[in-house]
Design a protein around this ligand. Sequence first.
Ligand code: C5P
Length: 221
Amino acid sequence: MIVTLDGPAGAGKSTAARALAARLGWFYLDTGAMYRTVALVALERGLSLDNATALAGVAESLDLGFQDGRVLLGDRDISDEIRTDRITQATRPVADAPPVRAAMKRLQRRLAAGRDVVTEGRDQGSEVFPQAELKVFLTASPGERARRRHREEEARGRRTSLEAVEAAQARRDEGDRGRPVGAMQAAVDAVILETDGLSAEAVVERLVTLVETRRPGRTAP
Ligand code: C5P
């Protein structure tokens, strides 16, 4: 069974997807990490982020692995490196490039083949897995998302203002919604889950209930 979890930055997708996959014992596919990894490799090779063909070459030959919640490039653990601001910024042109998206789509489908998967991103339900049994679009108000991200930044010891976080978030939302290929959008058959005021645990409980009602072979009550 495939469960897709899409939505804007800061809606709590990663926490929810990771926890849901752990709870079900399923594979967790972090597609944001995949785009981030292409950006990391491109920077390390000194490639221009305008060169879509070169970026697609990186995406096609990515030796990527997911193990115990960590992201591996070959046998190198890059989980923390790909979350820096520098990589977040470099990921935008990478994720905008249509040939990169085409390569990622193929790789995402290959990684999910024959497995029970929770996949998280922007276009998973709308574009990559249109046949998924359950599609969820997880969202929250801009203010709530910015407050959560600001708390996380402070917890990591990074001093920043709520206004700066909110402005950066608005730019990312605009980029995610506006890209010509693979734009963030809820699939027409997605369940929209608003997480304002919900704890992470409550979100996971709702998702588990949704999965139970959509499992193949389940007969209607
Ligand atoms: O979710 P995360 O913040 O790790 O995503 C990193 C970047 O990759 C974001 O800029 C997002 O727009 C992009 N992305 C994407 N398609 C996905 C997942 C992430 O374009 N399926």
